[in-house]
Unconditional design. Structure first.
Length: 250
């Protein structure tokens, strides 16, 4: 097996420094089968990246797999939902000296090999948020997902006041300022839309970078009844966020 070599300090590039300043957070629930490969691919991108897995009350050996693969692990004693797992990851991020955080899924739906695209957009476009935007026309995205993602992205774009092509993508980079100043309340998948709307209201620069659309046989934990209802409730509440403060204004 070819061993990865960690670059010496004298060979560090601007991108290397960006990687050193970035924490990769992976919310994980019963992801033991896929997590090792995901973490390995993050290392393939750069050994300067630090990975944190938030085990959201898994009943399999997710945490053990993550630790053996070289990731730091924080565990919930019970399943609290993706939004809660993200907030736990963000708290850990803010307790450390990182400048940006990348979130991606544990099931392999997001290829870590595309991390450079998000980092490049962060550096070159001075973005506060970079969303990994999928092309819904390719990659085997189920028709029902194409419909729901299209409608959801349209509604989030309307509330945010700017076009966001893939608001449902959990593959994204957020600057430290966004994480420090934009608070979310959603405990489930709605947190990903909530932070985009509130960040846009607060004046943060949101950009997108194209990523591959990967759909295989991963298990979805999205409740097909409760989640749409919660999403619509969040969209209704977003009407009032402009009259409050979606985040501390820049």
């Amino acid at each position: 097996m070819k061993r990865r070599k960690k670059p010496t300090g004298s060979t560090l590039t601007m991108v290397d420094y960006a990687y050193k300043a970035t924490l990769v957070v992976i919310p994980a629930y019963n992801a033991a089968k896929t997590l090792r490969k995901v973490i390995s691919q993050i290392k393939d991108v750069s050994l300067h990246l630090t990975t944190l897995v938030v085990d959201d009350g898994s009943v399999d050996n997710t945490a053990a797999v993550a630790e053996r693969a070289g990731a730091a692990v924080v565990k919930h004693t019970r399943n609290l939902g993706k939004g809660a797992a993200l907030r736990t990851g963000f708290r850990e991020f803010l307790n450390r000296d990182f400048k940006a955080v990348i979130t991606l899924d544990a099931d392999g739906q997001h290829s870590p090999l595309e991390i450079p695209k998000l980092v490049e957009a962060w550096l070159n476009k001075r973005a506060d948020i970079v969303i990994g935007a999928r092309d819904r026309r390719v990659g085997g995205m189920p028709p029902v997902r194409i419909f729901t993602n299209t409608v959801s992205s349209w509604l989030v774009s309307l509330s945010a006041g700017q076009y966001i092509p893939d608001s449902q993508s959990g593959y994204r980079l957020l600057s430290r300022s966004v994480v420090e100043n934009v608070e979310t309340e959603s405990k489930d998948y709605g947190a990903e839309s909530e932070i985009l709307i509130k960040a846009a209201i607060a004046g943060y620069n949101i950009e997108s970078a194209p990523i591959a659309t990967i759909y295989e046989d991963e298990t979805s934990y999205i409740n097909p009844v409760k989640q749409p209802l919660r999403f619509m409730g969040m969209m209704f509440r977003s009407i009032f966020w402009r009259f409050e403060r979606g985040g501390k204004q820049r």
